[in-house]
Design a protein around this ligand. Structure first.
Ligand SMILES: O=C(O)CCC(=O)C(=O)O
Length: 279
């Protein structure tokens, strides 16, 4: 067992859980080495990845075997299995995310729930894994505890992506979660979360991946690997980056049902799935 009974209960009560020292240092080191090879900088904290290059980098990094190993780390899968009380399916759309420092605002990533993006299983769990220490000033994740118990929060329809309407979050209390190397943060698909704007002027590099029970619903989009080997080739050609011909290294675990649930879920289903569970 990786998680204690108390941690499992806390996850279902709060909608998120910070767990220290889960991923071995050498596993993170291997990802960082791959990232330095693919990204256009030696120092990950000074990496500069403007959009749309960022999308190419994310796809290229998805081809990294080291990233695939990290998101399928046995300790991690055991921990998530404890939460969903099932064998675990790893969504093949993990992301190596470079969060660039911003000058204005409170957030780096605006407040959102993952469910409008992933759909499928309500009990989809995101695991967030930093590649370096992330203190308060380096854009840590922040959460509205227990927000997953309230189903879907109002969405800001003026934005291109389904992020939360911040006016609905006026009075909420945010819990900021600084991390050390090897730590993970797990959160539910309905937990409202964001990342704090970095105040150290540096980039922050992390992995996020999604998991669910093998028997639960999944949206077909979530079955499409993020990896695009063509993006690796374009990066190499346009940016003179080192040769990287990694195997995709996906480990799909299934079978999973592939029907889609609409965002407007029936309230009783939400209540049933988000009631805090006893361990
Ligand atoms: O890394 C970040 O800044 C945000 C990550 C996030 O929101 C997510 O993985 O859903």
């Amino acid at each position: 067992m990786i998680l204690s009974d108390n941690e499992v209960t806390r996850f279902w009560r709060d909608g998120f859980l910070h767990k220290a020292k889960v991923i071995p240092a050498q596993v993170i080191d291997a990802v960082a080495a791959d990232a330095r090879r693919i990204l256009p900088a030696d120092d990950l904290r000074h990496v500069n990845v403007p959009t749309p290059l960022g999308i190419r980098v994310a796809r290229a990094m998805a081809a990294s075997v080291a990233v695939a190993r990290t998101v399928t780390d046995p300790c991690l899968l055991t921990a998530i299995g404890q939460l969903v009380q099932s064998s675990v399916f790893v969504h093949p759309r993990w992301i190596l995310r470079v969060s660039m420092p911003r000058v204005h605002g409170r957030f780096s990533m605006p407040p959102h729930q993952d469910f409008p993006f992933t759909q499928g299983a309500l009990d989809t769990i995101t695991c967030w894994i930093p590649l370096h220490e992330v203190p308060e000033e380096s854009s840590p994740l922040m959460f509205v505890a227990r927000s997953h118990q309230r189903g879907l929060w109002p969405i800001d329809h003026t934005r291109q992506r389904p992020v939360c309407d911040v006016s609905a979050l006026d009075r909420v209390k945010w819990e900021v979660v600084p991390c050390a190397v090897g730590d993970i943060v797990l959160f539910h698909s309905l937990t409202v979360h964001a990342s704090r704007r970095a105040t150290d002027g540096l980039s922050r590099v992390s992995i996020d991946a999604r998991y669910q029970a093998t028997h639960d619903h999944i949206s077909p989009v979530e079955l499409t690997p993020m990896t695009d080997m063509q993006d690796v080739a374009v990066l190499q050609r346009d940016h003179g980056l080192a040769q990287r011909a990694a195997d995709i290294g996906l480990r799909l675990r299934g079978p999973v049902p592939t029907d889609v649930l609409d965002v407007d879920l029936h309230e009783s289903r939400l209540a049933e799935r988000t009631t805090p569970r006893e361990p």
